[in-house]
Design a protein around this ligand. Structure first.
Ligand code: NAP
Length: 306
């Protein structure tokens, strides 16, 4: 397969000033929050990483996070995927959040990995993917199924919702309100994204030890939004109350902010699921991979320093 016009290698293929090891793990979605956390964790463990980003202007950010080589291209472009994977020992497929074609992206990445002879494929899925009530979860379920059937060596990571998801709401939280469009009594097992990234790096450092495994990546506590608000209040030293935002109000605001129709629909279905069932799993897998207790919400808040 030849490189297609959509793929663009940015800067030197290999920077000889970097540590003396071959560029080995390809991280996709690398400029996003998960991708950058993964690059930092890989660099921390001394693993060489290359990045696939969508836009060339994202190269500086992923280099700063630890990528030694950067390619720009679309996850739906087979040529870009193949070019980015050539010579890589492993791929860490992180797809964009709430993308209407994640299944196609996963299938294209699997085909590219097979064509490029990648040794191990790690897929960043989600906790409870086989849930038809949440369409973006179901798409990840289909990718998981394709991966399990494709013959590649693989590991599937199923993270719970990140603790970092509260950060976009931080200004309102500091003003005393943590507003969510579902029951404030619904329970979650939020996980620290840095723990997720560390687990991914541990898996990628020793793929044989984790081949064929599906790992739930959940934090160690079951917490409701009301309990998270109480913890944030204690951290900030001022009152914070959890409050339900009517789903219709959330939708109106999201439409006004220009959220695309797939994400608008998928998020509303996800919030409805959260409202009825919460969203939780068990932290045993993450604890076993990290060989320590995963971080608590309180520890995450302490690290914020605000
Ligand atoms: N947030 C959570 O709690 C959570 C929990 C479990 C699993 N996850 C999963 O984690 C994954 C990553 O989430 P995230 O929040 O880190 O994502 P993110 O910050 O939105 O980053 C996604 C990245 O993918 C890029 N991208 C978008 N469309 C692309 C395309 N067609 N081709 C190539 N790159 C493209 C984006 O580039 P642009 O900047 O150009 O858009 C962005 O850099 C998602 O699959 C999500 O479902 C999230």
């Amino acid at each position: 397969m030849s490189r297609q016009p959509g793929s663009q290698s940015i800067g030197p293929e290999y920077n000889s000033a970097m540590p003396n090891h071959s560029v080995d793990v390809l991280v996709t979605g690398a400029a996003g929050k998960t991708g950058q956390a993964a690059l930092r964790a890989l660099a921390h463990r001394g693993l060489a990483a290359r990045a696939l980003v969508r836009r060339a202007e994202q190269a500086d950010a992923v280099r700063a996070a630890g990528a030694e080589q950067v390619t720009a291209g679309d996850l739906l472009d087979p040529g870009a995927l193949y070019a980015a994977m050539q010579g890589a020992g492993a791929v860490y497929l992180i797809c964009p959040n709430m993308h209407p074609q994640e299944t196609e992206m996963g299938q294209a990445a699997i085909l590219a990995a097979q064509a490029a002879g990648v040794g191990h494929f790690v897929y960043h899925s989600v906790l409870l993917p086989a849930e038809p009530a949440m369409p973006h979860h179901w798409q990840k379920h289909l990718v998981e199924q394709a991966l399990a059937a494709c013959g590649l060596s693989y590991t599937i990571l199923q993270p719970a919702s990140y603790m970092q998801n509260v950060l976009p709401y931080w200004p309102a939280i500091k003003n005393g309100v943590y507003r969510v469009p579902y029951s404030i009594q619904a329970a979650f097992t939020p996980v620290d994204l840095d723990d997720v990234a560390e687990a991914a790096a541990i898996v990628l450092a020793d793929p044989a030890a984790h081949a064929g495994r599906t790992l739930q990546l959940c934090g160690p506590e079951a917490l409701t939004s009301a309990q998270m608000a109480a913890e944030m209040a204690a951290h900030l030293g001022r009152p914070v109350r959890a409050e339900v935002q009517a789903l219709a109000d959330w939708e109106a605001a999201a439409r006004q902010n220009g959220l695309e129709s797939y994400a608008l629909d998928a998020l509303q279905k996800m919030f409805t699921y959260y409202d009825r069932h919460g969203f939780g799993g068990h932290s045993a897998d993450l604890q076993a991979v990290l060989t320590r207790t995963p971080g608590t919400f309180g520890q995450f808040l302490s690290r914020l320093g605000v």
